[in-house]
Design a protein around this ligand. Structure first.
Ligand code: ARG
Length: 231
């Protein structure tokens, strides 16, 4: 995979998740990764004048790959947290998110996070939702899945009562694959911001921040946002 023409000759590896709609997922027709994160990192690479090689993996692998310096850049809807900042560097924030709860469309039992006690709540392991549930909902039975799609499947089949995950991903899933079957309930919990990740001390961070700011100023960021989140 490549970002297009570049004179600098530098090529950097980009680690991403293999399935986090609409930020990154495989387009089976083109065989390429697509989504908001993918368009953004390609535009940043173009702007900053380097080439990229996108490699998709499990989300945990993106985090671990940054910590072990295996990849140059990580972009995977990754929330900037103080805990992660101990071992990873982040760009400036590029997307405002948060967490939300999904239940079956016919569920009248769970109306907000106040109704989670004694319920089976699915989420993906190693994410901010897991941390949030552990911290704020000790009375809920948290069920962690290796991938979030499995959690949504188990919600549809009734094996879990609710799923908690990032707002844009939950909303996208509820409005597409699970239309009419799942719904969101309650408020957006815990405001979060996504950042592009780097191994600690990476010299790429300021260049990526500059390119990101340019794309925000020249409207290209808005075009990408509109493409993936516009109505
Ligand atoms: N924003 C949450 C976190 O950073 C979930 C991210 C999940 N991203 C993904 N590509 N699966 O923990």
């Amino acid at each position: 995979d490549s970002s297009g023409d570049s004179d600098s000759g530098s090529k950097y590896t980009v680690a991403t998740d293999n399935n986090f709609v609409p930020f990154e997922s495989m387009n089976e027709d083109t065989g390429k990764m697509e989504g908001f994160d993918m368009d953004l990192i390609r535009a940043i690479a173009d702007e900053a004048g380097f080439d990229i090689d996108i490699q998709s993996m499990k989300f945990d692998g993106v985090v671990a790959g940054m910590q072990s310096d295996r990849f140059d850049i990580g972009i995977a809807g990754m929330t900037i947290t103080d805990k992660r900042k101990e071992t990873i560097d982040f760009s400036d924030p590029y997307y405002d998110a948060g967490l939300i709860i999904a239940v079956q469309d016919g569920n009248n039992d769970i109306k907000s996070e106040d109704d989670l006690a004694g319920k089976k709540v699915g989420t993906r392991s190693g994410t901010t939702s897991e941390d949030y549930l552990d911290k704020n909902h000790p009375d809920a039975e948290v069920v962690t899945f290796p991938g979030i799609v499995e959690a949504y499947m188990d919600l549809q089949s009734g094996r879990v009562d609710a799923v908690m995950y990032d707002v844009p991903n939950v909303k996208y899933y509820v409005n597409h694959d699970a239309k009419g079957k799942l719904k969101t309930v309650g408020d957006v919990l815990q405001g979060e911001q996504y950042g592009i990740a780097f191994p600690k001390g990476s010299e790429l961070t300021p260049d990526v921040n500059d390119a990101l700011q340019t794309l925000i100023d020249n409207g290209k960021y808005d075009d990408i946002y509109e493409k993936w989140f516009g109505e």
